[in-house]
Structure formats: C-alpha cells, structure tokens
Design a protein around this ligand. Structure first.
Ligand code: S3P
Length: 165
C-alpha cells in the first residue's frame, strides 16, 4: 500500500509535487485546500475573510478526519495542517508524511506569482510563520526533502527513491 502525505510551508510545492507523484504512481491525488473550497463553494481567501482562520482550521480538521480512512492516495495539505496535533496524528497513521523543506528565500521566490489565496501572508511575515512551524513540520514528518534549487520533477523522484518505488 502506498499513501504519501506532503506537508510544508506555502510555496514549498506540495500541490505540484503531489500531482506529479500521483501521476507517476497511478494513484488518486487529494488536495485538502481544494476539498475545502469545493465543499464550501468559496475560495480559501473568502473563507478567511468571512468566517476567520479558526473556522478554516475547523474545516481543515474535518477534511483530515474524512480522508484519514483512505489509502493508496497522494495527499497535498495546506501549510497549517500541522498546527492541530490531531491532524498530525491522523496523517502519520495514514501513510508516509513527507516534509518539503525550503528556505525563506526559496519559498518567497516560489510564491512570487501566487500570493492570492494565501490570506495569512497578508497578516504575517513568511519567515515568522516558518519559525513558528519549523519544529512542528519536522516532528510530523517521517522524512524531509530539501526543495531549494530543485525542480518539482526532481523532488518527486527523490521521494519515490526514498520510498523504494
Ligand atoms: C495556509 C496555507 C494554504 C491554505 C491557507 C492557510 C497556512 O495552503 O491552507 O491559506 O496556514 O500555511 P498552501 O500551503 O497550499 O498554500
């Protein structure tokens, strides 16, 4: 059984790497942010604006709960998923949790063109968010992959290699 869960900061490439991995492994790709947007019929930004971050975190927890019974899937998560230890526990039980670890410089570079739908970046500095979360990502992950200077394809290949796939 192969279940891979990608965690990490905004801009670490979780969605893109998840897409490539799922394609290469012929598995279904699940993106927790997309599920939230679909079920709510609203963008992440809109949910943050109209209901606040705590409501978003509640919805995020519900999604983790729902998908935690699945196997043979690749899951791309929202950057804050590890803020709730119950999410972390469920994801670790589900499969191999991989932390896509990037420097602030690399994350900012990746986010240059895609800051919409990242409402937290309007409130907090990326470096501060990373500092607060760094240990949580490390603790949640079964292993880490350094993303700096590497393409999405290269990152996906390394994950498959480490997994022996
Ligand atoms: C968040 C990251 C976003 C999204 C929401 C909150 C975070 O997902 O879930 O804006 O707290 O880091 P990405 O990591 O896919 O950008």
């Amino acid at each position: 059984m192969t279940t891979i869960i990608l965690i990490g900061m905004m801009g670490s490439g979780k969605t893109s790497v998840g897409h490539v991995l799922a394609h290469r492994l012929h598995l279904k790709h699940i993106d927790t942010d997309h599920i939230i947007e679909e079920t709510q019929g609203q963008s992440i930004t809109r949910i943050f604006e109209s209901h606040g971050e705590s409501k978003f975190r509640e919805l995020e927890g519900n999604v983790v709960d729902k998908i935690s019974k699945l196997s043979n899937v690749v899951v791309s998560t929202g950057g804050g998923i590890i803020l709730n230890p119950i999410n972390t526990m469920r994801l670790r039980e589900m499969g191999t949790v991989v932390y896509l670890k990037g420097s602030v410089v690399q994350l900012k570079e990746n986010l240059k063109e895609v800051t919409e739908n990242r409402p937290l970046l309007k409130i907090h500095e990326l470096a501060v968010i990373l500092k607060v979360r760094s240990a949580l990502y490390e603790h949640a992950a079964h292993f880490c992959i350094d993303i700096d200077g590497r393409s999405i394809e290269e990152i996906a290949s390394e994950i498959l290699k480490i997994q022996g796939l």
